[in-house]
Design a protein around this ligand. Structure first.
Ligand code: SF4
Length: 630
């Protein structure tokens, strides 16, 4: 939470009252035992079990001790024990919550299942169970309450870690080779801190009440020590003689519990917190003919498949037998509509496919490394400096809680064990390379202080912190306006020319691909349906490629009429037609198309997967597609 959010939480009337009460309780906890400690222990045989008098406003207990003083003095012990139990709960919950992200897949699932099982038990039942296990007394009660609350806190941590794990900046850190513990400490936990702070505050209130309950039952604090729970138990024995003896500690418990809970609620309002099993992978059908990979290939994928467990059993294949070769220094565009499998192909290549995905390939080599079958640590070590990712949404591509310079510097600090200063100096240098103005100042700013285009430049700079052989840019310009889009594309081109890195540009927009790339790979329904040089786009053979090109507006396009679109929708990966997946949308489909076509040569450096490839040149202004690059 930032300072402004704390201020906003305290400006809220409920938050202000709660914070005021907590400050008062904290002062009492510090000073009450010093000022009234002796008086609270002083026995008065002449005033045993008295009601309210001028000397003893809340009466006395069975030994003649002043109840008001005892309630005030008990503040320190009651709050201290509750906070200690909360600390145990938060600590154990954090460990259990992040363990699945640190351990391997199986061990992680075992921890998650154990936490889920523990959450199913009522908290009070668990607290009583632990109280019996750890024995009667304050120490046992602290452990019992702390551990009883840990499973629900761990579940909260797991849920939030899982939500943040899917964000681009975590993927970028993974690509950069950031080790698991560092990833958790620097990228995951700081970004889930708000809901955890809120929950911990509410937990403290709950711990206070639970403590009072255990002490009241005789399982908590033991004589001669006393807390509010014990005073409440003693007072209840004489409630008909002196009701204040029970009411005073009871009111103290309620007020302190409410103060913690209301402060948590106020913070929650400000920060906006409201409160597979893996099946055996399916047998793969025979592979399509693989593209031969030259020795200079920086990416060679043959029959790459990504499968996910289907809800009703079985598997779906969003990526289904993709073969792709990218040579050193080449720029290749992968284009297709949403759901064509292009982004998932890129994630699988960069070893960033979701945990539930099953990735297989006859061959997958990235920058000379075969990542499949290796552990995450090995892949990070081998690929951390060789592959760079530029993601679609520059807003989510950076960790919002870290300065831009520190995030860039992390790459070299991890891989080259560079010190903080030289790593930051390199970060500033790379920001200058991608033409971020005032890079020294910008390096000390947070991502939200950058514009969308600047963030995307900084993302490219992050890729340049090492010497990447392959830059994968996944829809890098989708969230940007047209002018900034052109600047980022030009930057990618310059970077590619300077570093000699190969670039794979993923886009749904064939015009964007045409402006940057030498070669275009068209994907549809998880398959590659056509590969061709950008200069040959006018001779595209596959009806789908031609439809994509026809939907690009040019200067001659009538602005009064709706833009051309491809009728129909891509098929659901779980329900693809038997033969050519494009058949339901294709005007040339016939009975032959009920059998799936393989990629076959249809021209120089051009292959298409179609039984009826088109041979007539397209009537399109190629400049509109390639920006004059072809
Ligand atoms: S194989 Fe048939 S249905 Fe598929 S794109 Fe070619 S002509 Fe159309």
């Amino acid at each position: 939470m930032g300072r402004d959010q704390w201020k906003a939480a305290l400006r809220n009337p409920v938050g202000a009252v709660a914070a005021g009460l907590l400050v008062l309780l904290a002062i009492l906890a510090i000073v009450a035992p010093i000022i009234w400690g002796d008086a609270a222990e002083e026995t008065d045989p002449a005033a045993l079990s008295q009601g309210s008098t001028s000397d003893h406003p809340l009466g006395t207990d069975a030994l003649g001790r002043d109840i008001l003083f005892r309630v005030l003095v008990a503040t320190r012990y009651s709050l201290g024990l509750a906070l200690l139990a909360t600390a145990i709960c938060v600590g154990a919950g954090l460990i259990l919550g992040v363990l699945p992200a640190v351990l391997g897949r199986r061990a992680g699932r075992l921890v998650t299942a154990t936490v889920n099982l523990a959450v199913a038990f009522p908290g009070l039942l668990l607290a009583l169970f632990f109280a019996v296990v750890f024995g009667v007394g304050a120490r046992g009660a602290v452990l019992a309450i702390g551990l009883a609350g840990a499973p629900s806190f761990a579940r909260l941590v797991q849920t939030n870690v899982a939500a943040v794990s899917g964000r681009d900046f975590v993927a970028a850190a993974r690509v950069a080779g950031v080790a698991r513990f560092r990833l958790i400490a620097r990228h995951l936990l700081p970004n889930i801190g708000e809901p955890l702070v809120v929950n911990a505050t509410v937990l403290a209130g709950g711990a206070l009440l639970a403590f009072a309950g255990l002490s009241f039952l005789g399982l908590g604090v033991q004589p001669p020590a006393y807390d509010w729970g014990r005073l409440l138990g003693e007072g209840l024995d004489r409630i008909y003689i002196n009701p204040a003896a029970a009411l005073a500690p009871g009111v103290a418990v309620v007020i302190a519990g409410l103060a913690f809970t209301l402060l948590g609620e106020s913070i929650a309002q400000v920060v906006g917190v409201r409160a597979v099993r893996r099946r055996q992978p399916p047998a793969m059908p025979p592979a399509a003919a693989a593209a031969p990979a030259g020795t200079d290939a920086v990416l060679a994928a043959e029959d790459l498949r990504v499968a996910f467990p289907a809800p009703g059993g079985g598997w779906t294949h969003p990526v289904d037998g993709v073969s792709l070769t990218v040579r050193r220094g080449e720029t290749v565009g992968v284009v297709g509509e949403s759901g064509s499998g292009k982004s998932l192909t890129a994630l699988a290549v960069a070893q960033l496919a979701p945990d539930t995905a099953h990735v297989t390939a006859d061959r997958l080599e990235v920058a000379g490394v075969a990542p499949l079958g290796r552990t995450g640590a090995e892949v990070r070590e081998l690929l951390g400096t060789k592959v760079a990712m530029v993601f679609q949404d520059p807003m989510t591509s950076f960790n919002p809680s870290m300065r831009i310079g520190a995030q860039l510097a992390e790459v070299t600090r991890v891989h080259e064990r560079q010190g903080r200063k030289p790593a930051l100096a390199r970060a500033v240098d790379r920001l200058r390379t991608v033409r971020v103005p005032a890079p020294e100042r910008r390096a000390h700013q947070y991502p939200h202080e950058f514009s969308g285009g600047m963030r995307q430049r900084a993302m490219v700079a992050m890729g340049l912190m090492s010497t990447p052989e392959l830059i994968i840019a996944d829809e890098p310009t989708t969230a940007l306006d047209v002018t900034v889009q052109r600047q980022v594309l030009r930057l990618l081109k310059d970077v590619q020319a300077e570093t000699g890195a190969a670039v794979v540009l993923i886009s749904h927009d064939i015009a964007v691909v045409g402006q940057l790339c030498e070669r275009v790979v068209v994907m549809y329904a998880g398959h590659v349906v056509e590969e061709l040089p950008v200069g040959a786009l006018g001779a595209a053979a596959h009806p789908y490629t031609r439809a994509l090109l026809a939907s690009v507006p040019d200067l001659a396009t009538d602005r009064e009429r709706p833009l051309a679109t491809i009728p129909g929708r891509p098929p659901d990966p779980a329900d693809r037609p038997e033969g050519c997946a494009f058949a339901p949308r294709c005007e040339f489909a016939d009975d032959v198309c009920r059998t799936r076509p393989s990629l076959a040569a249809v021209g120089p450096d051009q292959r298409a997967a179609c039984w009826h490839p088109r041979t007539q040149p397209l009537d399109l202004a190629l400049d509109a597609v390639t920006g004059g690059q072809a």
